[in-house]
Design a protein around this ligand. Structure first.
Ligand code: SF4
Ligand code: SF4
Length: 267
């Protein structure tokens, strides 16, 4: 899955963790914050949890104020992107990230995964798309980005560590896997509207999913250990990962969800 959506000039170089490149980004570069304008950033589930907590919003409020829903054209997957704001600028730009300021990113410590990877992109291919099924990296390489003129040298692995990408990828792993698997379905195998709604709720609206688990008939239908339930009440990341495992079970019958006797159909 190609996480960054700013891909017009993707350089066809397949990079691995040890690949080296020269790059630096700091307030002294001429293009500072230029990459936060005219962009299309798909948010991951963990991005939304971090950002809505940073802004002290519910997930519902965050979605309403800062995002736009989209259906990915070829794959029919519901995603959300950062909603850009109109800006009046000396150059011709007309849209910018709501969190960009003259001195940088307002939510830097909690910035989305795509912003962390930039100027790299990451692609995760299914076995069908690439028998090796490996994750690899590439340069997004937009012409306005002058960071490549700087002297600081990185490996891809060093950049990922420096930008705190690993924890994001680890928490989003089950979600990425679901998206990659869905993408490899034949085009006529569509998700139902109900499945898309479930995927949307678990992936992006964690507060609604918490209500769904604790205030619907969910707990009458599934066997869940008391200790795990307590943890799910307190820990949003655990709740997200639980939800993604549940979706995997619903969609592929994989995993260890147990229905209570006489609970009827899943869902
Ligand atoms: S979240 Fe921050 S780094 Fe990402 S586009 Fe917006 S301002 Fe730039
Ligand atoms: S365009 Fe490149 S160098 Fe300029 S601020 Fe963005 S990432 Fe940094």
């Amino acid at each position: 899955m190609e996480k960054p959506e700013r891909m017009a000039n993707v350089e066809p170089v397949r990079l691995g963790p040890g690949s080296k490149f020269k790059f630096d980004c700091h307030p002294g570069v001429k293009c500072f914050t230029r990459c936060c304008k005219d962009i299309n950033i798909i948010l991951t589930p963990f991005d939304i949890i971090r950002l809505k907590n940073r802004l002290s919003l519910s997930s519902e409020e965050f979605l309403a104020i800062y995002t736009e829903p989209q259906i990915l054209e070829k794959t029919d997957i519901p995603v959300v992107t950062l909603k850009l704001l109109d800006v009046e600028d000396s150059d011709s730009e007309s849209k910018a990230c709501p969190f960009v300021r003259e001195n940088g990113c307002l939510v830097y410590e909690d910035r989305p995964t795509t912003c962390r990877y930039y100027p790299l992109g990451v692609a995760t291919l299914s076995n069908k798309e690439d028998p090796e099924g490996e994750e690899f990296y590439f340069f997004v390489n937009e012409p306005h980005c002058r960071g490549f003129e700087e002297e600081k040298e990185w490996t891809v692995a060093g950049w990922r560590e420096n930008q705190g990408v690993d924890i994001h990828d680890q928490i989003n792993m089950e979600w990425t896997e679901l998206v990659v698997r869905k993408r490899s379905f034949p085009p006529n195998m569509k998700w139902t509207e109900q499945t898309k709604n479930m995927f949307f709720m678990v992936s992006y609206n964690i507060d609604k999913f918490r209500e769904f688990v604790f205030e619907s008939s969910f707990l009458k239908r599934y066997e869940i250990e008391a200790a795990e339930l307590e943890n799910l009440k307190e820990d949003e990341v655990a709740l997200l990962q639980f939800g993604l495992r549940w979706l995997k079970w619903l969609l592929f019958k994989e995993g260890d969800f147990r229905m209570k006797e006489g609970a009827g159909t899943a869902g």
